[in-house]
Design a protein around this ligand. Structure first.
Ligand code: GA4
Length: 330
């Protein structure tokens, strides 16, 4: 069923998720990246340079971790904010049909947390760090294309904040168990379902960060909301990555891009596993529209705020809230 998404103001021209071939000629490429960010806030990238082995090593670590007993997994948690989470999402009562590992990308944090996750922390942290580096490079490549395509020439500064040693970027590995197992999983809790008997794996929301790089196994469930408020399913593609515009990039482009609202509905007998790299600036970094995105005809839509202030607001609200409204200039 197609459900309206009431927060949208723009129009999406055509249905169909944009696919961007990163081996294409650069000026055309930057144009297509900007178009996809404007029309969907979401696209798939192919011909990226992330090695298959980097992806499969992290996938293996995830599979091994989630196959452990609940008590073993809980040794890595609870996920407030980092560690192992099961069904609870964030601090304000949101729930989903999933379990997950949420990690800060700082190598010291990874190394410490790995000791609580596995008996071979060196192998685990090696796989995680290599994946993070690859996802970070891909993010910077895309952000460079964004600034080229927007003609704002601030390439250096956006990539710099992601590469900053104090960047607040995160890595999340989500595991959605198969439907058949859910009954045994936690019988005391009610499972949320939509009208088509799909279970809400992860409820509707936008990501607060600048950009999200998502990769999943071959099991579907991810849906994105178009600007017209239609939910469209995203066919899984384990060898490629999906890119999502986050709230911070919406502000940096002064609303020219909108963060994509998305959700995961599950109804299969196979487990879905996804890995998300959330690219964020350091906590003390000011989130403001890039100077060239503000003109007398197009004044700033947002009050300036730091990433720490925005995170605090996000964690004080529910998952599906449109938290940017708090920072809008009326
Ligand atoms: C959504 C994007 C990322 O998964 C996340 C999530 C975070 C969490 O799970 O702890 C939040 C959610 C996310 C947005 C609002 C707050 C914070 C749960 C929640 C209710 C790790 C993030 O950065 O923001």
């Amino acid at each position: 069923m197609v459900a309206p998404c009431p927060t949208r103001t723009k129009k999406t021209k055509a249905l169909g998720i944009p696919t961007i071939d990163l081996s294409m000629e650069r000026s055309k490429l930057s144009e297509l990246v900007v178009k996809a960010c404007e029309e969907y806030g979401f696209f798939k990238v192919v011909n990226h340079s992330v090695a298959k082995e980097v992806i499969s090593r992290l996938e293996e670590e995830g599979t091994e971790f989630f196959s452990k007993s609940s008590s073993e997994k809980r040794q890595a948690g609870p996920a407030n904010p980092f560690g192992y989470g099961c069904r609870n999402i964030g601090p304000n009562g949101d729930m989903g049909e999933l379990e997950y590992l949420l990690l800060h990308t700082n190598p010291i944090c990874i190394s410490e947390r790995s000791k609580t996750i596995t008996n071979d922390p060196t192998k685990f942290s090696g796989a995680v760090n290599d994946y993070i580096e690859a996802a970070k490079d891909l993010t910077c490549e895309i952000l460079d294309l964004v600034v080229e395509g927007l003609w704002v020439q601030e390439k250096f500064s956006i990539s710099k904040v992601i590469k900053d040693v104090h960047s607040d970027s995160l890595l999340r590995i989500n595991h959605y168990p198969p439907v058949s197992l859910k009954g045994n999983w936690d019988p005391s809790n009610e499972i949320q379902s939509d009208n088509n008997n799909n279970n809400v794996g992860f409820g509707e929301h936008s990501d607060p960060q600048i950009l999200t790089i998502l990769r999943s196994n071959n099991v579907g469930g991810l849906q994105i909301s178009t600007h017209d408020g239609l939910w469209i399913p995203v066919p899984p593609d384990p060898n490629q990555f999906f890119v999502m515009v986050g709230d911070a990039l919406q502000v940096m482009t002064n609303g020219r891009f909108e963060s994509v609202r998305h959700r995961v509905l599950t109804n299969t007998t196979k487990p879905r596993m996804s890995m998300m790299y959330f690219a964020a600036p350091p906590l003390n970094w000011w989130i403001t529209p890039m100077p060239k995105m503000v003109t007398p005809h197009n004044p700033s839509l947002y009050k300036p705020f730091t990433w720490a202030q925005y995170k605090q607001a996000a964690y004080s609200l529910r998952l599906g809230d449109t938290r940017l409204d708090l920072f809008k200039i009326q």
